[in-house]
Design a binder for this molecule. Structure first.
Ligand code: ADP
Ligand code: MG
Length: 256
């Protein structure tokens, strides 16, 4: 079982989009669980789950919770706005950083992959996600990219690795909303080279593509593969899925 967190403290960088479509891609071959860790619950809504009976809020409060089957091979622990106050609720607890990790352990070996959609914060929920994860993916939006933002994330990951989860690896930095006509999109790669972060960049970039937005529209609520399987968005996310599978295999020659 591999646990992959999709995290960036910035909103709108395509964390949720990446989490959902990667999970859908891996569900073609593997048993996959998505855990929506964002109180905004965009991922839950995007896959068609509104007003679930129980949510990640129950998981964090150690109450019984349901795992919802949303597609073939694809399960979800949804979120809802109730999750907004969780930081205060767990703040005083011992082992407040390992709640999610323990819950995932209990789910056992039912899954090959678990994807965690993180909130746009560096709060206790994000710490829980990074503590539970084997790998983290940082999506960055091409047009509002800043090396400083990436630095902050990488330092934060380093902090979690040092104090809570020495097994956490940066799987890669993913450029999203890519538009090759824009100069800014091109200069990002140079920025990475200049900062010697080149190796961390995924070769696959996710191009800006309206099919992605439309797939998430309230009348559709689909993965990009269901909505338009030949769209640039579907092509890019499939390519990314392949690149990730190769990277993970390299990391762990023994596939557990
Ligand atoms: P985050 O979870 O980081 O806040 P989202 O995944 O919700 O980001 O994406 C933010 C917005 O950008 C959404 O409206 C989504 O539909 C849109 N979006 C994401 N990726 C793309 C893309 N490659 N092309 C066009 N729109 C995109
Ligand atoms: Mg999101």
């Amino acid at each position: 079982m591999k646990v992959i967190a999709i995290s960036n403290q910035k909103g709108g960088v395509a964390k949720t989009t990446t989490c959902l479509n990667l999970a859908a891609y891996f569900a073609r071959k593997y048993k996959v669980l998505i855990i929506d860790c964002d109180k905004q619950a965009n991922l839950s809504k995007n896959i068609g789950v509104e007003e679930p009976k129980t949510t990640i809020n129950d998981l964090f409060q150690k109450k019984p919770f349901e795992v919802i089957n949303v597609r073939k091979n694809l399960d979800l622990i949804p979120s809802s706005i109730d999750f907004a106050g969780i930081d205060l609720v767990i703040q005083g607890e011992l082992a407040r950083e390992t709640i999610l990790k323990k819950a995932i352990k209990k789910l056992g070996s039912a899954y090959d992959f678990i994807f965690l959609d993180c909130p746009p914060d560096m709060n206790l929920v994000t710490v829980n996600a990074l503590t539970a994860a084997d790998y983290v993916i940082i999506p960055v939006q091409a047009s509002q990219f800043s090396m400083d933002g990436v630095d902050i994330m990488i330092q934060f990951i380093g902090g979690v690795r040092e104090s809570l989860n020495e097994d956490l690896s940066l799987l890669g930095i993913l450029i999203t909303h890519f538009d090759e006509r824009l100069r800014i999109s091109k200069s990002i790669e140079q920025d990475f080279k200049d900062n010697e972060w080149e190796d961390a960049l995924f070769k696959t970039r996710i191009r800006r593509n309206t099919a992605i937005e439309n797939s998430q529209h309230k009348d559709n609520r689909m993965t990009i593969f269901e909505y338009q399987k030949n769209s640039p968005g579907a092509v890019d996310y499939a390519k990314l899925g392949n690149e990730i599978a190769r990277k993970i295999k390299k990391y762990s020659e023994t596939w557990d």
